[in-house]
Structure formats: structure tokens, C-alpha cells
Design a binder for this molecule. Structure first.
Ligand SMILES: C[S@@+](CC[C@H](N)C(=O)[O-])C[C@H]1O[C@@H](n2cnc3c(N)ncnc32)[C@H](O)[C@@H]1O
Length: 199
């Protein structure tokens, strides 16, 4: 099984990866990348993934190209809004391309509106609900597939992938989050492409 985490900058690491070297990309990049960076990244995603490319993005700063399918995560209201603006309780998920589509699940697993509870574990400020990632992984991959998340954060996608018998590759540029993930799966292969101070 290939389970591998890379401490590095996705912009430097993606060009090093082979064409079609993973089955699916499921990722949640920082929301504030400028359009040019998103464009470069998207080209790399399409080159590296054999099948689906699935990207989380907010409605106000969308991922760069029109998608083939749009999913919405309507976050159940969890905080009181004290600002003078509407609060954002919706995230979007952009689905590109095609690939494995498992049809043996309950119909409710294939709606394009998700309502999973916001994760309150404080493992990462932008941690996505494991139940939501599980749905995407079970709908779009088969056991043994390689799932790639180049912005893994607290590692939600990678850990759900492993729990469901899939393989994973992940990149993270924050050493703190990277080391936490290393401790969560001490069997994963580890690559340090960034200088690690104090090691
Ligand atoms: C939105 S968070 C991902 C959260 C993750 N989905 C989770 O459930 O925990 C984006 C992550 O990308 C990382 N990041 C930012 N720029 C990066 C880069 N150039 N290369 C790799 N990782 C990067 C951040 O440190 C952050 O942890």
C-alpha cells in the first residue's frame, strides 16, 4: 500500500509527480490563492489524476474553471452572527471529470447538498467533516485506489481514505500539521522536501 506524506509546497511538488499517478484528487486548498496560481494548480491536478478531481471552494472565490458537477455543503448553523454581514454557511465542492461511480449506496448518499455537522475537534480551523469526506470517497473510489490531497491540513481525507481501504498521498506545507499527521499514521512513508529546522 502507498501511504505517503510529503512536507513541502504543493506548487513545487506537483510538477515532480508523474502523469496519471493517482486515481483521484480530493482537496481543500486555501481559499485565497490568486487566479493565476489556481490555474497552474488545476492544470497539474488534471495531469496527475487518472480520474476525478474534486476541489473544495467557497462561493465567493470559486475554483478556477467551470466544473462538471457542483456540490454544496450547507453547514448547520453553529455560531451566532454578530457582524453586519450575512454569514457564510455554504461551501462548494467542484467535481471535474469522471471515473469510478459506486451505485450500491443509499440514494441519500448521491444528493448534491451535504449537511454534515461542522467539525468542532479544533484539530484544524478548516477541518472538514470526516463523514463528508467518507461520502465522497465511497462514491468515487474503489478499495486500493490512490487518493491524493496536496493540502492535507489535519489529514481528514487521508485518514478516511486509509480507514476505507484506499491508499493515499498527501502534501502539507505547515510543519506543525505535517508532524501531527505523521504521528497519526506512523506507518506512512514520509518525505521532507522542505528544510526542517531543528531536526
Ligand atoms: C483548508 S486547509 C485543509 C484542511 C483539511 N481539509 C482538513 O480537513 O483538515 C489548507 C491547508 O493547506 C496548507 N497549505 C497552504 N499552502 C500550501 C502549499 N503551498 N502547499 C501545501 N500545503 C499548503 C495549509 O497549511 C492548510 O493546512
Amino acid at each position: 500500500m502507498t501511504n505517503k506524506i510529503i512536507y513541502g509546497d504543493a506548487f513545487e511538488e506537483l510538477p515532480k509527480m508523474e502523469d496519471k499517478s493517482v486515481d483521484v484528487i480530493i482537496t481543500d486548498p486555501p481559499y485565497d490563492f490568486p487566479p493565476g496560481m489556481k490555474h497552474r494548480m488545476h492544470k497539474q491536478f488534471l495531469r496527475i489524476s487518472r480520474n476525478w478531481v474534486i476541489v473544495f471552494s467557497p462561493p465567493h472565490n470559486q475554483w478556477i474553471l467551470p466544473a462538471d458537477q457542483y456540490l454544496f455543503w450547507i453547514k448547520p448553523i453553529s455560531t451566532k452572527n454578530t457582524s453586519r454581514r450575512y454569514s457564510r454557511f455554504a461551501e462548494m465542492i467542484f467535481v471535474y471529470r469522471d471515473g469510478v461511480w459506486n451505485t450500491d449506496r443509499h440514494w441519500s448518499q448521491y444528493t448534491n447538498i451535504f449537511t454534515d455537522l461542522v467539525d468542532t475537534s479544533k484539530l484544524h480551523p478548516f477541518r472538514k467533516p470526516p463523514s463528508l469526506l467518507e461520502r465522497l470517497i465511497l462514491n468515487h473510489t474503489k478499495p486500493g485506489d490512490i487518493i491524493f490531497d496536496p493540502f492535507f491540513g489535519s489529514g481528514t481525507t487521508l485518514l478516511v481514505a486509509k480507514r476505507k481501504g484506499r491508499q493515499y498521498i498527501g502534501i502539507e506545507s505547515d510543519l506543525g500539521y505535517f508532524e501531527k499527521m505523521r504521528r497519526k499514521d506512523h506507518l506512512a512513508e514520509v518525505c521532507y522536501f522542505k528544510d526542517v529546522i531543528g531536526r
